[in-house]
Ligand binder design. Structure first.
Ligand SMILES: [Zn+2]
Ligand SMILES: [Zn+2]
Length: 212
């Protein structure tokens, strides 16, 4: 299992990076990205500190750990600048907090995240066809999420992605230990999103591609 969207105490998660990684290892994960919520106020602080520990955790717990970020509620016109800054600071995975159906995320965030060339557009909700086509063209992965609330958009995201050729990844958006992946959660999420079990391999391969 690979999960490229998780949170720690560095934003609104419940666990320290060390505990999160140790628990994901115990749950059978092969790789995890730590992607705490960031805007311009904390990007440098968070990425620098997560990077401080990823190498130790990777080698001691035998699981690939990537320092990333989730650019969150940054006004759309500034998203490109935030994504560039995150990369400059060494983020290995840059997620943008998309237009979830259960939050007042600014309209235009999905498009700005895709145009900025983020790696993953998280919970893009009722994303437009035009933006799905753009994501396919820009190689931005669209997220299918196991997270309550956000997952209301899964069926829409999956059907447009499959039809229009955009690539998807499966993430948990973990904030607490009980959010971590298990087989039941994966199967339930795929089923409610209208994605066949066979397609999971393609999604896992997509995640693996992002790890390189
Ligand atoms: Zn988010
Ligand atoms: Zn998140």
């Amino acid at each position: 299992m690979i999960d490229l969207h998780t949170h720690t105490l560095f934003s609104d998660g419940a666990l320290l990076p060390s505990e999160l990684v140790c628990r994901t290892k115990a749950a059978g994960y092969e790789a995890i990205a730590i992607t705490d919520h960031c805007d311009f106020s904390n990007l440098d602080f968070v990425i620098k500190r997560i990077k401080r520990i990823t190498k130790i955790l990777s080698s001691e717990y035998g699981i690939k750990v990537i320092a990333g970020t989730e650019i969150t509620y940054v006004p759309p016109v500034y998203i490109s600048k935030a994504v560039s800054l995150a990369r400059k600071l060494g983020a290995g995975i840059v997620v943008v907090h998309g237009e979830s159906p259960v939050e007042p995320v600014p309209i235009g965030t999905n498009k700005a995240g895709i145009l900025a060339g983020c790696d993953i557009l998280a919970h893009p909700g009722f994303i437009t066809e035009e933006d799905v086509i753009l994501a396919a063209k820009k190689n931005v992965y669209l997220e299918i999420t196991t997270r309550r609330g956000h997952k209301k958009g899964n069926l829409h995201v999956a059907s447009l992605s499959l039809r229009l050729g955009a690539s998807m990844v499966l993430n948990t958006d973990t904030h607490e230990p009980e959010d971590l992946l298990d087989l039941k959660k994966i199967n339930d999420t795929l089923k409610s999103a209208g994605i066949s079990k066979d397609y999971l391999k393609t999604m896992t391969d997509n995640s693996r591609r992002l790890l390189r």
